[in-house]
Design a protein around this ligand. Structure first.
Ligand SMILES: Cc1cc2nc3c(=O)[nH]c(=O)nc-3n(C[C@H](O)[C@H](O)[C@H](O)COP(=O)(O)OP(=O)(O)OC[C@H]3O[C@@H](n4cnc5c(N)ncnc54)[C@H](O)[C@@H]3O)c2cc1C
Length: 380
């Protein structure tokens, strides 16, 4: 019998596990993968999430390894449309941190294992859940042999991602929609002169975004008309060159991925002795890079409530407030992601000229720049 069972050793499950272990609770994080995923998804860590990661003692290590993005620049047709500084958004963390998700997860897992070397159980796929009222039993298959194993916890958290099994087993429905936008992204050596700035190229053919990464790399994300699943690094380099004039070395590409986007929200975050956090609750378009950050902020609020509940304190009202405020935060993030996507869709050059002239005028006002910088850094 453990105090808390967390399903999923993604960034959110690992972070929550670290916070709960720090509270002195007994925790097992059950993960279906036998090894950590090498795939590169999230790279952007925003100031509120850095403050939350600091609670688990990992923000300094991440900040030492990642690139500090202090400026965002919007360009169109080779001209600068707007420039934002992220330095004022949060004086304690005056930047957006760029770090590949695999490294973020490795730092979080190392912290968890420092607190309890046995806390992460890999190769365990949860397939059934039984909430008995005073404890919850999770069953599933473990290891290559597929033997059936049971874990019992006083509380359970599903941090098992967008296709959450825990959410399905609880019978919690989701609502949302698929967006028309498609993207092709890839990492290339950074040979340009943008330093550590994030750059948005707002072009008639669709947006091209680029973000610095550790190791003098840059991640390029290009809006495409359709899902270019079979695209090559040469195809991506060609799109970048045609729209922005920037030349990237296709032969040195180190990651290539085509993806579509959708928004999905669960109808509830808490059912009996089980809660959901992260993508299991809210799948947000990655344009704007908020999904992982949102999940960490769920976990930072949930951990002390769980610790209080395990000490026998009444937590019904706090849990309802938690669910309400975190769902509001997810909806706000989804609206911001929708706006980010809309701004990056293909549009006639004449329309973009007018729009960007208006943006240029508005951005001369310091309060406008501050408001937009706060929105882009999740400082709502
Ligand atoms: C291209 C792209 C770019 C992105 N960029 C950003 C960004 O810059 N910033 C940002 O904040 N977000 C970004 N995101 C979103 C971010 O990747 C997700 O929000 C984040 O990974 C969610 O973390 P999670 O821990 O909730 O879920 P996941 O990362 O999906 O982890 C869930 C874990 O649960 C495990 N699991 C699932 N089912 C079971 C089961 N039955 N039993 C045991 N284990 C199970 C899985 O194997 C997995 O390890 C991006 C996403 C994409 C696709």
């Amino acid at each position: 019998m453990f105090d808390v069972l967390v399903v999923g050793a993604g960034p959110v499950g690992l972070y929550l596990g670290a916070l709960l272990l720090q509270e002195g609770l007994s925790v097992r994080i059950l993960e279906q993968r036998s090894e950590a995923s090498p795939h590169s998804r999230a790279i952007g860590i925003h100031p509120p999430a850095l403050a939350a990661l600091d609670l688990a003692g990992v923000a300094t290590a991440m900040a030492a390894e990642g690139v500090h993005i202090r400026d965002g620049v919007a360009r169109s047709g080779g001209r600068e449309v707007a420039r934002l500084s992220f330095e004022q958004a949060n004086p304690a963390w005056p930047f957006v941190l760029a770090l590949k998700q695999a490294r973020t997860e490795a730092i979080l897992e190392a912290r968890v294992l420092e607190l309890d070397p046995d806390a992460v159980v890999r190769g365990f796929c949860v397939t059934s859940l039984n909430d008995g009222g005073t404890s919850v039993t999770l069953s599933g298959t473990h290891g290559g042999g597929g033997q059936n194993v049971h874990f019992q916890g006083r509380l359970v958290v599903g941090a098992d991602g967008a296709r959450s099994t825990v959410r399905r087993l609880l019978g919690i429905p989701t609502a949302g929609r698929d967006h028309p936008d498609r993207y092709l992204m890839g990492d290339f050596p950074d040979t340009g002169s943008d330093g550590s700035a994030a750059v948005l190229h707002l072009e008639p053919g669709g947006i091209v975004e680029s973000f610095p990464l550790p190791g003098r790399l840059r991640r390029w994300v290009v809006h495409t008309d359709e899902l270019l699943q079979g695209a090559t690094a040469e195809d991506l380099a060609g799109l970048i060159l045609a729209r922005t004039g920037a030349a990237v070395a296709a032969e040195d590409n180190s990651m290539l991925s085509a993806f579509g986007v959708r928004t999905r929200m669960a109808r509830a975050m808490v059912r009996g002795r089980v809660a959901l956090v992260g993508d299991a609750v809210h799948e947000i378009s990655p344009i704007g890079g908020q999904g992982m950050n949102l999940g960490w902020l769920d976990a930072a609020e949930l951990a002390p409530i769980m610790a209080a509940a395990l000490q026998g304190n009444p937590t019904g009202a706090v849990l309802r407030a938690f669910e309400r405020t975190r769902m509001q935060a997810a909806r706000a993030a989804a609206r911001q992601a929708w706006l980010n996507m809309a701004l990056g869709r293909p549009a006639p050059a004449s329309y973009l000229d007018v729009r960007h002239a208006g943006v240029g005028v508005a951005f001369r006002l310091a309060p406008v720049r501050e408001l937009v910088a706060r929105r882009f850094t999740m400082m709502h």
